[in-house]
Design a binder for this molecule. Sequence first.
Ligand code: NAD
Ligand code: LMR
Length: 338
Amino acid sequence: HPSNLQMEECSNLSRANCRAKGGAPGFKVAILGAAGGIGQPLALLMKMNPLVSVLHLYDVVNAPGVTADVSHMDTGAVVRGFLGQPQLESALTGMDLVVIPAGVPRKPGMTRDDLFNINAGIVRTLCEGIAKCCPNAIVNLISNPVNSTVPIAAEVFKKAGTYDPKRLLGVTTLDVVRANTFVAEVLGLDPREVDVPVVGGHAGVTILPLLSQVKPPCPFTAEETEYLTNRIQNGGTEVVEAKAGAGSATLSMAYAAAKFADTCLRGLRGDAGIVECSFVASQVTELPFFASKVRLGRTGAEEIYQLGPLNEYERVGLEKAKKELAGSIQKGVSFIRK
Ligand code: NAD
Ligand code: LMR
């Protein structure tokens, strides 16, 4: 309950603001790029999350409209909007979790790496803000190319002296969500019963589903393995082509981002046994970053799991994935160090 002093401080504010200021239970979450194709449905889903007490929506366009709209939902989180660079610091101050879907999406014929030139700078600016205003926040990075933007964020935080590898998480949940869906289709199961680990990174051959480790355990034929691996690796392109120039996955991505953010919040709350795949600083391979299963806790990615036994098909896939990943990671690092 807010103290008398807090009530006085709040006397000129709406009761909703007062409630947030008084410390309603829950976490403070910011979405950067909140007016975009992912940002809007993600704002909706985070407003529905009972673990969120305050939701900050930041964008360089249309943030007030999205904020007014989402704020009318009769759920607990207090929503505030922030428009443009001068309001970035206010958007970030005090946040526990920052989710970043800011940046341009692909059009047909483009790779995720083709987005590097625009999105690298956007991610750098936003991460400089995080280092200054909420250096202890967990960061969920969605902006592509994730294989390079996560190393960019790490370098920005290192430069600022705030880097904690446990708190920087590249979001690869959509690969797992797709893998669960496509595998369930082949097996004739409910996707909610299926769990497919997807490791490596988030682009083409760097997306490596470990079909030999699917739960419930199931042997796949060589044809099924080939079909499923290709479909999971090209799931993003499938959506880009279907949207025919109108962008990339937004709705399934918002679902995946909300799922991952909820996982992070449950970890922050101290729940036990919270495990998801994510692209993180890693010693699982010789590369400095790699996606694999991680255990989330009060301080972020507290444990990073080894890949476990791979079959021959996966071992070959892993070598291809590592080759491409090494270049993408280096490109991100050089962007800040140059
Ligand atoms: P979008 O263009 O619909 O929305 C992006 C939003 O970012 C826009 O509202 C834009 O105004 C905002 N923005 C641009 N510059 C900004 C800045 N400096 N600060 C704050 N906001 C800024 O794009 P989208 O479909 O929402 O996709 C966003 C990004 O997410 C793309 O890079 C896309 O490739 C990536 N993505 C990643 C995954 C994944 O699995 N990690 C999945 C889908 C999309
Ligand atoms: C996806 O996997 O859907 C995203 O990375 C967007 C894209 O460009 O494919």
